[in-house]
Structure formats: C-alpha cells, structure tokens
Design a protein around this ligand. Structure first.
Ligand code: NAD
Ligand code: MG
Length: 349
C-alpha cells in the first residue's frame, strides 16, 4: 500500500541581520549563551550587560575546530536538559564560526528545534558563517558532514567584537569577502582595493555589502541546488590544500586565498579572466598578508584529491571560476583533466 503524503511546511522564514552596536535585548524566555574560553573573557560581560531574560545560562566550550564535534553538541544539549530548558528557550551563539555552527545545530536538535540567535565575533563568521543557516559538526570522515539547514531568529553583527581579533584571523575573513566581490560585484571589488578595511566606517560597509551579497545568494538557493555553489570559488582547490597540510598550516581563509589564485590560473588559461585582473586579485590578497603560493608536489595526486570533496558528484568536478571578468562567475564541470594539471604545474616550484 502506498499512502501519499504532502506536507506543506511553512519553510519561509524572515529574519533580520543587524550590523551595529549590540542593542539591548529583552527576552521573556530562558536564554543560554554558548561561547568559548577565548571569547568569554573578552566579550561576555558586554553581552550580559545588554541582555535581559528570566534565566541566563552560560555554556563555555573549549576553543578549537577540533572540538566542533557531535560530542560537544551533545554536551550542550545535556546542559540544557539539566537547566530544565524547554521548547520556548533560546540559544545565543557568541563566538566565531565554530561556535555558530555548533550552537545552530544544537538548536535544531533540542526538543526538535528551538530558537537561536547569532552573535558572530570573527570577521569570517560576520561576513559568512552566521548568514545562511548551515549548521553542523565535523567527524572523522570530514568537515561539516553532519548537520542541518537551520535558520536563526536574528543575527547581531557588532563590528566592535573585531577589536580583539588577531590580525591573521581578520585577514582570513577578508579572503571570503574578496571571494564574494570577485564572483558577484565588481564595484565592491574596487571598493576593497582602495579602502582601509580596518577603519571602522569601511569595515561596517565591507561587512554590510558581504552580508547582503550572501543573503541574496541564500535567498535564491538555500539548499545549494544552484547559485549557492558559487560560494565555493577558491574552495575546491583550498580544500585540497587544507587536506594536504593536515588542517594545520593554514587557516581556512588562507587556503581559500591560495585556492582562488589557483582557480584564476585555470580561468586565465580558459579565457575566463584576463591576466591583469588575475594579478589585481592576487595583489589585493597579498596586501592582507594572505598566502597566494603553495607548492604542489604532485599535480596528479592533487587532482585525485578533488574527488574526496563532498561537492564533486559522479566523477565530475565542478569548478567555480570568474565568468569573463571580476564581478561575474561561471560554473563548469566539463574542464578536461589535462587543462587543470597544466594550471597546477605552475605551482610546482
Ligand atoms: P573560529 O570560530 O575557530 O574562530 C577563530 C578563533 O578566533 C578562535 O580561536 C576563536 O576563539 C577566536 N575568536 C573569536 N572571536 C574572537 C574575538 N572577537 N577576539 C579574539 N578572538 C576571537 O573560526 P571562524 O573562522 O570564525 O569560523 C570557522 C568555522 O566556521 C569553521 O568550522 C567553518 O566550517 C565554519 N563556517 C561555517 C559556514 C556556514 O555557512 N555555516 C561558513 C563558513 C565557515
Ligand atoms: Mg569558506
């Protein structure tokens, strides 16, 4: 017997992303702030000052990507049960992308889903991770392989959090910003080239423009059936680099910076990007101290690594490249292996 069922889920959910000084927040429900041992001493007091709720628990996790696991998420859930939190309770993610991804995932699981709010504190999480509703954890099979699409109720991006962020982490966030500009917005790229992105006014503008570009992509394609894949520009190569270097040598944004430069080499060969624009992108990345060189020991092995990516399907690798110039993109899964190897050869010395 077949019982057909059609569930019309009220999928559509609207929420605001506020880019400003953290406002005063009043909640009439229990709140748990999930943060880590690095961020708590720096920023928790200021958040507490602005927060009002009948009960506030602080769940302080150890700091590090290695703790972005199911076990840690289960420990968050345990704390919520111990404190008798219910379906109306709210989680607040105060930290970088690691905290945001785990808090969102824990929210999606606790009693089948409770509300959560993002307060991203790294540039990368402000411009990228806190927007779009991807949540999850790593396991021994790879990064972000277990998770859920789960949107927050609100996102509060306070650029003041960035004052304590190490320079290297800031630059890693810039890499994702450059990615957005190269793919979608030539005018934004010009802005990045000529602005002092550490100056507060320009930082706010940079964050706002990145967030709206990402929000627009997610609105068009939440589950990555199409255009959302464009956000993987630089990532196809970058993931292999992170993998080859055991996730130890480079921050994610740094690997993405190298990855974009590699993708651009391929794009130049294919007539998708002028040499001059490829140089402009490289120079902008280097201005931020981002790496743009990497020694590919073995191009064949590097190429084989592409297939370990969860995003390569049916033995086809989807390359995201500039689509003729800065500010436009093309997705191609028909690039001959020899063409890719040729570009990789340039990274051998
Ligand atoms: P992170 O969360 O590890 O933060 C980087 C470091 O900065 C950590 O040591 C953190 O404790 C510290 N830190 C955070 N805020 C600080 C502050 N204000 N001052 C000083 N130190 C601070 O890393 P990240 O780069 O923010 O995020 C990376 C994670 O985000 C990865 O796990 C990645 O998979 C995930 N991510 C998710 C999405 C998504 O769409 N969900 C997108 C991109 C990345
Ligand atoms: Mg990324």
């Amino acid at each position: 017997m077949i019982v057909p069922i059609e569930i019309r889920q009220p999928e559509f959910k609207r929420y605001d992303i506020t880019i400003d000084t953290l406002p005063k927040l009043h909640y009439d429900r229990k709140v748990a702030i999930v943060t880590n041992t690095t961020v708590a001493p720096l920023h928790l007091a200021r958040v507490m000052e602005r927060l009002e709720a009948p009960q506030i628990e602080v769940i302080e996790l150890p700091d590090g990507e290695e703790f972005k696991t199911m076990e840690t998420v289960l420990s968050i859930l345990d704390r919520l049960f111990e404190a008798r939190y219910d379906r109306s309770s709210l989680l607040i993610a105060l930290g970088g992308g690691v905290i945001g991804d785990m808090t969102g995932f824990a929210s999606s699981l606790y009693q089948r889903g409770i509300g959560f709010v993002q307060m991203p504190t790294t540039l990368l999480s402000q411009v990228d991770a806190s927007v779009g509703g991807k949540t999850g954890v790593n396991n021994r099979w790879g990064k972000n392989l277990v998770g859920a699409f789960y949107q927050p109720e609100a996102v509060y991006i306070d650029p003041a959090f960035l004052e304590t962020l190490p320079e290297r982490e800031y630059a890693a966030g810039i890499a994702e910003v450059v990615k957005m500009a190269v793919m979608f917005d030539r005018d934004f790229f010009d802005f990045l080239e000529k602005s002092d992105l550490k100056a507060p006014e320009t930082a706010v503008e940079m964050i706002a423009r990145s967030v709206s570009l990402k929000a627009d992509v997610v609105n068009r394609d939440e589950k990555e059936a199409g255009v959302r894949a464009v956000l993987n520009y630089g990532h196809t190569f970058g993931h292999v680099i992170e993998n080859e270097t055991g996730y130890a040598r480079y921050l994610h944004g740094e690997a993405v910076a190298i990855g974009m430069v590699m993708a651009n080499e391929l794009a130049v060969d294919l007539g998708q990007l002028s040499r001059e624009e490829a140089e402009r992108i490289r120079v902008l990345l280097e201005k931020w101290g981002l790496p743009t060189r990497y020694r590919v020991e073995n191009p064949e092995a590097f190429y084989e690594h592409f297939f370990l990516d969860k995003k390569s399907r049916n033995n086809r690798i989807k390359f995201i490249l500039p689509g003729g110039s800065i500010g436009s993109y093309v997705m191609r899964d028909d690039i001959p292996k020899a063409q890719v190897l040729k570009a990789l050869e340039r990274f051998r010395e």
